[in-house]
Every structure is written in C-alpha cells, then in structure tokens.
Ligand binder design. Structure first.
Ligand code: NI
Length: 256
C-alpha cells in the first residue's frame, strides 16, 4: 500500500483525464492520497475531490505565492472548509524566497497565522519552504508549531536541517527529486534521518521522477521514489512502503 501525502489533482494538467487517472490509482496500490490546497480556490477543489473519492483526503491552506489571500476573510474560509471531516491538515503554507523574497514580511505573517489556525483546529501543517530555511525554522519555533506537527514537504535542505526538523517531531516529504542527478543533498538528508520520519509525496503534476523528469507527474510514479529510498536505506521496497504508509497515517491522524 502506498500513501501519496502531497498531490494537486485539482490542477488543470489533469483536466483531460482526471477521473480515469484517479480510478487507475486504486488498482496500482495507491491506497491513500491527500490533495493539497495551494490557495483558497485550490483548497475548495481539494475538499471537493476528498468528498468525491473515498481514498482521497484534503489539506486546506494558502501557499506563500498567494500569501495576500491570508486576511481575516481568508482565515475564515479555511476554518469553515476545515469543518469537513476529510480535511486532515492545514497546507501548504510556508515561505518561498526562491520565487519571491520582496514580500517576505507578508509571507511570514501568512505562515504564522495559518500555524495558529492549525493549532486551534488540532490539525497538522504541510510546510512549503524554499531558500528560506532559517526564517522557516524561526517561525516554527516562535509559533510553537511542534504542537501542530506535520511535514516539511519537498524537503530540499541539508542533513543538519533535516535533523532539526525531525527532532521537532516533523516528517520530511520525499518525492521525485530523490531520483534526479542533482538530488544529492536530498539523498544525504534521507540517509541522515530514520525511515520512521519520512513520508512519500508526488507534488504532482510537478516533479516527476526519472525517467519521467519534466513530464506530468502522478502517484503511479511513486515506485521510482520508493526504489531510490530503499537503495539509500538498504532495505527492501516493501519495508519502505509499509513504514512510510504508517508514518502518513499517523501524521494525518487517519485510521487504517
Ligand atoms: Ni505542492
């Protein structure tokens, strides 16, 4: 059984064949998927997918790109959406200085407000953090994000930061990047943390693993990620599937 902890099946890249593709996942041992909201409309779409498919769950939140949506009204929308039982996290939320550093103050405030919301609702958080390790960790500490728990998705930092994040009780999300030639840092981080702190993710339609790099990603390709983790950890693929599956259940508080 495979758990895709981070997918965007609401993305327009799936408009042509969404239903057939999602139906095909079940047969391919993809037992659970969490569809992640990247903004308010994506959060609504994630909840709609979770309502439609029994093996889908949702996270609602606003990505740093859309941080301006996180005002009183935006928070009220997220709080309302989170009343749905299939909403299992607040995300994706965080900081992205790779694409945009000029609005870092707005990003930080949006991140902090959504951590507070997660704590209020007793939900874990799905963190997006790119080129912003220090500020991300600072805010996690200031807001006592440990109380919420969750995952640093598409983990891209050093083994030292992986250790700090997992010591706080968080998981690291590992996807297609682990198969890339330039994915060495991620492979080192995966080596450095126990398998019990790793969850699988696609971030589809983005970040398809080799040999599909650059193509549209989907949960069917997680087998390449699983193989790469198994090789690094020197365990068999069944072990990687089992442990990461249980990690994800625990993280999102889903009963098997
Ligand atoms: Ni994402």
């Amino acid at each position: 059984m495979i758990f895709d902890t981070h997918a965007h099946y609401d993305d327009e890249a799936f408009d042509e064949d969404r239903e057939e593709l999602i139906e095909s996942l079940r047969k391919a041992n993809i037992s659970k998927v969490v569809n992640i909201g990247a903004n308010l409309s994506g959060s609504r779409a994630s909840v709609a997918l979770a309502d439609k498919y029994d093996f889908f769950y949702a996270a609602v939140g606003v990505h740093p790109d859309d941080a301006a949506e996180v005002n009183d009204e935006g928070i009220a929308v997220l709080r309302e959406l989170a009343q749905n039982k299939k909403v299992r996290a607040i995300g994706e939320i965080g900081l992205d200085y790779y694409w945009n550093k000029e609005n870092s103050a707005i990003q930080k405030e949006a991140f902090a407000r959504q951590i507070e919301l997660a704590k209020e609702l007793s939900l874990p958080i799905v963190i997006h953090s790119r080129d912003a390790a220090k500020d991300t960790l600072d805010i996690m500490k200031e807001c006592d994000a440990k109380k919420a728990g969750g995952v640093m998705h598409c983990f891209s930092y050093s083994p030292e930061i992986a250790k700090e994040v997992t010591d706080m009780g968080f998981y690291i999300g590992v996807g297609g990047v682990i198969t890339f030639k330039n994915g060495r840092k991620l492979r080192e981080s995966v080596e450095a943390v126990p398998l019990e702190r790793i969850v699988l993710e696609t971030d589809c339609p983005y970040l398809a693993p080799d040999p599909f790099r650059g193509k549209r990603n989907c949960s069917l390709y997680l087998k390449y990620v699983i193989k790469a983790i198994a090789d690094i950890k020197n365990v068999d693929i069944e072990k990687v599937m089992e442990v990461t599956y249980n990690n994800a259940l625990k993280m999102y508080k889903i009963e098997s």
